[in-house]
Design a protein around this ligand. Structure first.
Ligand SMILES: NC(=O)c1ccc[n+]([C@@H]2O[C@H](COP(=O)([O-])OP(=O)(O)OC[C@H]3O[C@@H](n4cnc5c(N)ncnc54)[C@H](OP(=O)(O)O)[C@@H]3O)[C@@H](O)[C@H]2O)c1
Length: 369
């Protein structure tokens, strides 16, 4: 039995929804069948009530047609990963198998364990500096590291928190955070070293793919300090591991209020400059959208032209429908720890993504509004 999402496992998962999921809800990427909606676990208090809520929400989401689960070691001080670990154990008890689900998490930000310690610098010194995990110069912006020794430590913690042998997608978390103070050449050599480590983690079956989960990097104009070129990042992976490298996933915000992934041509590829959705497609990299509802803000008050273009009953549905229908986006991640949000959002599983015509109408109307 494989310890990660497989082609057979995700095919079996999609088949569970035959007759219940609309055409286009599951998409094939990297040989896997992935749902157009995924559950995120960023927001919420670091308390037991929220821990339990995320566990229930993740179980309910998988039962309703979501096989993409997203977390990060720093979300709610490691508690979100542990909530997902508990959900996974419950799902295995209910007859799902590990191979059906894409488990994604991230490392890079220094994070406490479960709660904010009374003296954070004493905690980080004891846990990371005295143990030699972090050394002089490893930390940028006071909170971020991509040093291989640190990533190795963080990966072990995430595997433990999630209770899995293999993490499907391990992202460097907001690596562009470092660009405020690290010169670009040094940044590239750090990314290269991180990729070398991540390829070794693939070889050890601790992860299956790796990537970058970003906020600004791939959406910015090329002259921005924290801009990143996807082709350059891919070429670093290629240097490390050749054409069969495992840098295959990128996460970035995409929603009705942040459309740059689709609309800003900022990625040089051969002789052209194209938006990141096009660059990712050419480079064989799968795109996951974060903040699909702009952290809940797009769940109400959308302009009427959105309703006119997309139809549907609520603004929350329209916001998610936009992201899951964006050409080049595989999964729209939405944070939801309230079970009623799982219910409402996953009513979209039985709805086909917007047609090209509906989608274009949205942009036409948007220009006039
Ligand atoms: N740089 C990065 O790597 C990065 C950055 C941001 C996000 N992410 C990932 O992307 C995921 C999604 O982004 P996000 O959680 O920041 O924001 P989001 O998905 O845009 O919004 C989540 C918020 O919307 C609320 N919500 C969900 N469904 C709703 C509905 N039907 N009606 C009203 N409110 C609703 C949620 O409430 P409840 O939770 O109370 O249900 C939560 O407060 C994250 O969880 C994380 O996994 C990654």
């Amino acid at each position: 039995m494989a310890t990660f999402a497989t082609s057979d496992g995700t095919t079996k998962y999609a088949a569970r929804f035959a007759g219940r999921a609309a055409a286009g809800h599951f998409r094939e990427q990297q040989g896997l069948w992935l749902s157009s909606l995924g559950i995120g676990t960023y927001l919420g208090e670091p308390d037991e009530r929220t821990d339990r809520a995320y566990t229930h929400a993740a179980v309910a989401a998988v039962e309703a047609g979501v096989n993409v689960i997203d977390s990060a070691i720093n979300y709610r001080f490691q508690r979100s990963e542990r909530s997902i670990g508990a959900a996974l154990a419950e799902l295995l008890r209910r007859g799902y198998s590990r191979e059906e689900l894409l488990l994604c998490t991230k490392g890079g930000f220094l994070t406490p364990d479960g709660e904010m310690p009374a003296d954070a610098s004493e905690y980080f010194n004891r846990e990371y500096v005295e143990t030699g995990i972090l050394q002089e110069g490893d930390v940028a912006a006071g909170c971020h590291s991509m040093a291989p020794r640190f990533l190795a430590d963080q990966l072990e913690r995430s595997r433990r928190n999630l209770g899995v042998e293999t993490i499907d997608v391990y992202y460097l978390h907001n690596p562009e955070t470092q660009l405020d103070e690290v010169p670009r050449e040094m940044f590239h050599s750090r990314v290269r070293a991180a990729f070398e480590f991540l390829e070794s983690a693939v070889a050890a079956a601790k992860i299956h793919f790796y990537g970058m989960a970003t906020w600004n990097a791939f959406r910015q104009t090329e002259d921005s300090t924290d801009y990143l070129s996807l082709a350059t990042m891919e070429s670093l992976a290629r240097d490390v591991a050749g054409g069969s490298h495992h840098f295959r996933f990128v996460q970035l915000p995409c929603n009705l209020g942040m459309t740059e992934a689709l609309t800003r041509a900022n990625q040089k590829l051969d002789a052209r400059t194209v938006p990141v959705v096009e660059a990712a497609n050419k480079l064989g990299i799968t795109l996951m959208a974060s903040a699909s509802m702009l952290q809940g803000q797009l769940s109400r008050g959308l302009p009427s032209f959105v309703k006119a273009a997309l139809g549907m009953t609520t603004d929350a549905e329209r916001a998610l429908q936009f992201v899951r229908s964006t050409p080049g986006i595989t999964t729209a991640l939405v944070g939801m720890n309230r079970i009623e949000h799982v219910g409402t959002n996953l009513s979209l599983v039985k709805v086909e993504p917007a047609s090209q015509d509906q989608f274009s109408r949205l942009f036409e109307r948007g220009k006039q509004a």
